[in-house]
Design a binder for this molecule. Structure first.
Ligand code: C2G
Length: 125
């Protein structure tokens, strides 16, 4: 089974790693879409680390098989088809937001890890 997930993954932390490990455990191939710097800007977010750095951190994780850039909200349908994803998953801060993808693949939300976030860590940096 092929699993796909998306995120900014700024200041990579254990909440991200727990999510990615659980996502990988749903199948055997994990595709991660990482927000481009331009996409973050359009969301009104400024990441501490740029795209290439965030990507290099995720590449260090054994659970991640493929990284693709996320340029806009609407690309998920094409990515699911192109990369033959069977499962789309996100943390439950996004619960219900991506249910429209369920005609293409299974959509699952995972519980978000409490007490840690990129926003919190950026505040310390
Ligand atoms: N996450 C988590 N626990 C935390 C923090 C984050 O499980 N304490 C999860 C989020 O729910 C998400 C993933 O880690 O599934 C990545 O989180 P972010 O980098 O904050 O992603 P976001 O900016 O919400 O981008 O199109 C979707 C967007 O790109 C999502």
């Amino acid at each position: 089974m092929r699993v796909i997930t998306y995120g900014t993954f700024d200041t990579l932390h254990y909440g991200h790693i727990l999510l990615l490990n659980r996502a990988k455990a749903m199948g055997n191939y994990l595709i991660v879409g990482i927000s481009s710097d331009e996409f973050n800007k359009s969301k009104g977010k400024i990441a501490h680390f740029d795209f290439e750095t965030r990507k290099s951190f995720l590449e260090s994780l054994r659970c991640v098989d493929l990284i693709i850039p996320e340029h806009h909200w609407e690309q998920k349908r094409d990515d699911i088809v192109t990369h033959k994803a069977d499962i789309f998953t996100m943390g439950d801060d996004w619960a219900g937001k991506f249910d429209d993808l369920s005609d293409l693949c299974e959509v699952r939300y995972l519980s978000r890890t409490p007490n840690v976030s990129s926003t919190l860590l950026r505040g310390h940096l």
